[in-house]
Design a protein around this ligand. Structure first.
Ligand code: SF4
Length: 400
């Protein structure tokens, strides 16, 4: 049963210095129109095949969905409202950037069923924003927030710490201003240096210092102190929210819920049955190398990232498919579950141990190393476990 729908919009006004996401700087209206046509075809096919009947959360992400402009966004969201019974949808999020959202857009999207916005703020310090290669300033973030709050209470801000020259004072100021904005949810990420990005080239050329991991760890810790003092709680390694405002869509990624991703670069996690139904519906070009007869329990699907190829595919892109056995699926659920503050139940670990006996020993060892703790019948990450998340996830997934 597919409960989450993700739609990818691979366009931005300009590529930010640190970004290696599946997106492109695009100023070609015809290209964006063709993309929306392909995506719309895919949505119609999925709806006609009955694949969207259990959708509970919808997420329009990117890239920069708001960069599509009101006309394209309205037609896409209108189509969604015709294809999915929004009465049963618990959360409908649209990502936006401060430079491309306005009052009209918020009003229209709200009228069509969108009830949550996720705004890419990244920092409230104009110098840091400029170093990140963002095309907006802090004043525009505040203006965007005012537009959103005119209609929608539930919105999230993304913040990045550890930018070139960013001081702890600047970081604390961004956290305080994010809280003062009225955001119900704040996502916090440390800056990472990705090969092929402008920032990477600057570091290679010696014109910019690489991110300092210790300083980032201090900033992440400070974020926890500031946000928790304000009443938010950290429900996932990068996510803080006031009670009741945790992202339902994002939570599905860490809870083994089936989700369908449409658009170039979008990812899906599907049962074998639903994957076959997607192929039959014409959502993905068939992957003849994928053998579902060898005891696959679940399928991971990644659509090709080339937007030109997506446009030419008329909504049925080539995909990379990975099958997971039951053991791998259970290990993946345990690994992703450890991203959440609620962790995983002892029962879930015992259940997985029935087919992967080593898993119990891995959790015992993680507990001995102070990376996880046992609380009220669950294994939950400790502060150190969150900081050294890759050790925790690697130890669990290493059994796969
Ligand atoms: S706006 Fe977001 S997706 Fe677009 S380039 Fe910047 S960080 Fe990447």
């Amino acid at each position: 049963m597919i409960e989450g729908l993700y739609l990818h919009i691979p366009f931005c006004a300009k590529r930010c210095a640190y970004c290696d996401f599946a997106t492109e700087a695009c100023h070609d209206d015809a290209r964006m129109d063709a993309y929306i046509d392909g995506l719309s075809l895919a949505i119609r096919r999925a709806s006609r095949a009955g694949l969207l009947g259990s959708i509970k959360t919808i997420y329009l992400g990117g890239g920069t969905p708001s960069y599509l402009g009101t006309r394209r966004l309205n037609s896409l969201v209108y189509l969604i409202s015709l294809s999915i019974n929004l009465e049963n949808v618990e959360e409908f999020t649209v990502e936006a950037n401060p430079d491309s959202i306005d009052e009209r857009m918020v009003k229209d999207l709200f009228a069509l069923g969108v009830d949550r916005f996720s705004l890419g703020a990244q920092s409230f310090d104009d110098e840091v924003l400029s170093a990140y290669g963002r095309i907006h300033d802090a004043r525009q973030i505040e203006r965007a927030v005012t537009c959103i709050k005119g209609r929608v209470e539930n919105f999230s801000l993304d913040l990045i710490c550890g930018g070139p020259g960013q001081s702890m004072q600047s970081w604390e100021d961004s956290l305080e201003r994010a809280l003062a904005s009225g955001a119900k949810h704040i996502s916090i990420y440390p800056l990472t240096l990705e090969e092929g990005t402008p920032l990477f080239a600057q570091v290679e050329a010696g014109t910019c210092a690489p991110p300092d991991e210790d300083a980032e760890a201090d900033m992440m810790e400070r974020a926890g102190e500031v946000l928790e003092a304000a009443g938010m709680h950290r429900y996932e390694v990068a996510s803080y929210a006031y009670p009741g405002f945790e992202s339902r869509h994002n939570s599905s990624y860490w809870s083994g819920v089936e989700y369908l991703g449409l658009g170039s670069g979008a990812a899906s996690m599907l049962s074998c049955e639903d994957y076959r139904a997607c192929i039959d519906a014409g959502l993905f070009a068939p992957d003849f190398g994928c053998d579902l007869s060898k005891g696959a329990a679940r399928v991971r699907v990644e659509c090709e990232t080339d937007t030109t190829a997506f446009n030419e595919s008329l909504g049925a892109p080539h995909v990379q498919v990975e099958t997971l056995t039951d053991a791998q699926a259970q290990l993946e659920d345990l690994m992703l579950g450890m991203r959440k503050s609620s962790g995983v139940s002892l029962e879930q670990v015992h259940h997985a141990a029935a087919i992967v006996p080593e898993v119990s020993g891995v959790f015992t060892s993680l507990e001995e190393r102070g990376l996880v703790a046992e609380k009220q019948g669950r294994y939950v990450p400790t502060k150190r476990g969150w900081l050294c998340g890759n050790e925790v996830y690697g130890a669990i997934w290493g059994l796969a």
